[in-house]
Structures are given as C-alpha cells and as structure tokens.
Design a protein around this ligand. Structure first.
Ligand code: FES
Length: 107
C-alpha cells in the first residue's frame, strides 16, 4: 500500500439524545462521511489520500468535525456541500479552507 500524502479523519460519533456533549451525529455527520467516501471514490484518490470515519475528535460543539494530516488542521461545522472544496483546495492543492478552520482556542 502506498503511503498517502494526506489523511482525513471525519467524526462519525453518535450519542443518545439529551447527552450533554451532543455529537456530530446529531448534526448530520453521516452525510459528510458519505460525501467524503463518494468523492474519494469518484476521484480515484486511493493512493494519494486516506479517508477514515472516526469516533469523537474532541470539540463536539463545532461539529461535524474533520481533521487532516500532515497539516494537523481541524475544520468545523462541515457540511456535505463543503466536501468538494476541501478536496479541491486542501487535499489536492495544499491550501487550507480558511473559512472552515476552527479557532485556535479549540484546536
Ligand atoms: S462528536 Fe464529533 S467531535 Fe465530538
């Protein structure tokens, strides 16, 4: 397996209704995960980018949350509609999507 240039972690955590932390699951992360997987497959980026759905990344209040390495940046409040821009701008061109970055106090 080739070592990918970038690795995307997409929170897919769910918690029961009424839980004090809430969850990305309650904010629509399932469709964000699905869109990452769809575009990863459509673009045939298997050797360049790894995409992993994961448990809680920490700051549930700004979810759906996405972390990308090696830059070590976190995007918050990510929607299905943001995924194409993350692929085009960050994953393929190396430029951060500034409008989605969480604040420095969070990550
Ligand atoms: S549930 Fe997604 S960051 Fe905590």
């Amino acid at each position: 397996m080739a070592k990918p240039a970038r690795h995307v972690f997409v929170c897919s955590q769910n918690r029961p209704a009424g839980h004090s932390r809430g969850s990305c699951g309650q904010k629509g992360c399932a469709e964000v995960v699905d869109e990452f997987m769809k575009q990863w497959q459509d673009r045939q980026l298997f050797t360049q980018v790894a995409v992993t759905s994961t448990g809680c990344l920490g700051p549930c209040n700004v979810g759906p949350s996405v972390v990308i390495y090696p830059e070590g940046v976190m995007y918050g409040n990510v929607t299905k509609g943001d995924v194409g821009e993350i692929f085009d701008q960050h994953l393929l061109s190396g430029k951060l999507v500034e409008r989605l970055l969480v604040s420095a106090g969070i990550w």
